[in-house]
Write a protein that binds this ligand. Sequence first.
Ligand SMILES: Cc1cc2nc3c(=O)[nH]c(=O)nc-3n(C[C@H](O)[C@H](O)[C@H](O)COP(=O)(O)OP(=O)(O)OC[C@H]3O[C@@H](n4cnc5c(N)ncnc54)[C@H](O)[C@@H]3O)c2cc1C
Length: 313
Amino acid sequence: MNERPSVAILGAGMAGATVARRIAEAGWHVRVFDKGRGVGGRMSTRHTHAMQFDHGAQFMRARGETFAARLAGWDRRGIVASWAGAGRRVGVPGMTAPVRDLLGDLPVASGTTIVRIGRDRAGWRLTDSAGANQGPFAALAIAIPAPQAAALLDASGLALPGVEQAAYAPCWSLMLAVENAPGDVLIEPQEGPVGLIALDSSKPGRPAGARLTLHATRSWSRAHLEAPCEAIVDALTRAAGECLGAPLRPAYAEAHRWRYAQVETALGRPCLYDPGLRLGAAGDWCLGPRIEAAHDSGLALAEAILADLSASA
Ligand SMILES: Cc1cc2nc3c(=O)[nH]c(=O)nc-3n(C[C@H](O)[C@H](O)[C@H](O)COP(=O)(O)OP(=O)(O)OC[C@H]3O[C@@H](n4cnc5c(N)ncnc54)[C@H](O)[C@@H]3O)c2cc1C
């Protein structure tokens, strides 16, 4: 066991998992904290009533070589597969699979909301919502949506200039179990209430049944952000039926609000890192509204932390 100090990572989404894997590969200890019950962040898979839904991100594509190589590796190992009829890659058996693969057996504290961070001579210390303290850590990577990172920094009397520039659009997501599957596996109307209708159950490796995930458009989600879930279920179910040309009578329906869903204004830099503080931030908000952006941003932050730690090791 090496005696090198460890790095704390906030967020077990694609960005945080990428930071953690790269730093662990270089031989440093890592510890990941996430407020969610499971890992994956916006690449999460909801398991409910013996069904499952990808209620956040639906699929992945690579524009750059780095993520293309990562996707190809996952493809070979069956972590992702092609979604027949949609021509895009998805996680198998759920969208969380690539994040789970990156995290592997790295230590993750789930259900742990970090509410304050602070630094003393020994390093970074974190306080969770139950009042428990963690640390010290040699470096800290914040891999959570920019508005949440800005609030955490502010509550801790700290700043990472740039975090406040990024902005997100919200998204209402609807999970439906229906009697009959529609003919198309993916429809993207992008007008009125409905942005996307995915036949979630047609993705590879999913349990049998006919299940839809529906995403509302940005403008509709924004206009109905504080509406109750029942009203969202009714309105989106009706609108989806109109898109599909036949009313939907779901046996199961559940709405989920993503307050920070898709990046609208990105920072335009791969990550933020302050070597004096040994504090950095990464996420899709650095580069754009995609899983690939979260991955590439996480990798950039990991390299910045490693260069810094190695220089003083
Ligand atoms: C509805 C929807 C559809 C999408 N569709 C697609 C798509 O089809 N293709 C695509 O490429 N992208 C899509 N995206 C975007 C994609 O999901 C994101 O770009 C990517 O998953 C972001 O990863 P991340 O690691 O930056 O952030 P996240 O996945 O948000 O991870 C951040 C993590 O930080 C945790 N966290 C936050 N605050 C704290 C705290 N204080 N303490 C501890 N933990 C904390 C959260 O629980 C979360 O797990 C979609 C997103 C949404 C919401």
